[in-house]
Design a protein around this ligand. Structure first.
Ligand code: HEC
Length: 113
């Protein structure tokens, strides 16, 4: 009985010690990284999706254009690309956190200059 109590307390402590890590994730990229990602959005993504992301070779990525599209699918598209289309995967260049931040910018419509 006492032993299993200790196990429960031990588990609780483990969860507490993991907590700062989830806070770090929720913060997203550093300010410096955010600047780089904004640059990438215009220069790299913009080369296909248009400088104002209103479309080009790739479809528009404005807030209204992607409204209603599931966040998870947008994240998967940026991570892995879309086979048989020009959309490349970005997992080699961008971390998961970077990609989530970019997609959230698109969803919020804050990416369009
Ligand atoms: C070489 C051209 C190219 C580049 C560079 C590119 N994309 Fe794409 N992207 C496409 C094409 C083409 C599609 C449409 C794929 C399809 O037909 O499903 C697409 C689709 C998407 C979609 C899905 C849109 C929707 O309506 O479902 C997202 C999100 C997206 N791209 C984000 C990005 C981001 C973010 C970047 C930069 C990190 C990027 N793309 C860079 C060509 C590109």
């Amino acid at each position: 009985m006492i032993r299993s109590r200790h196990a429960v307390i031990g588990l609780g402590l483990t969860l507490v010690s993991l907590f700062p890590f989830s806070i770090a994730l929720a913060d997203g990229p550093t300010a410096e990284r955010q600047g780089q990602l904004e640059h990438l959005l215009v220069q790299d993504c913009g080369s296909c999706h248009g400088l104002r992301l209103t479309g080009g070779l790739g479809p528009a990525l404005t807030r209204s254009a992607i409204a209603g599209k599931p966040r998870d699918i947008l994240i998967a598209t940026v991570t892995h690309g879309r086979p048989d289309t020009a959309m490349p995967g970005w997992s080699a260049l961008l971390s998961e956190q970077d990609i989530v931040w970019l997609v959230d910018r698109l969803i919020e419509g804050k990416s369009t200059p």
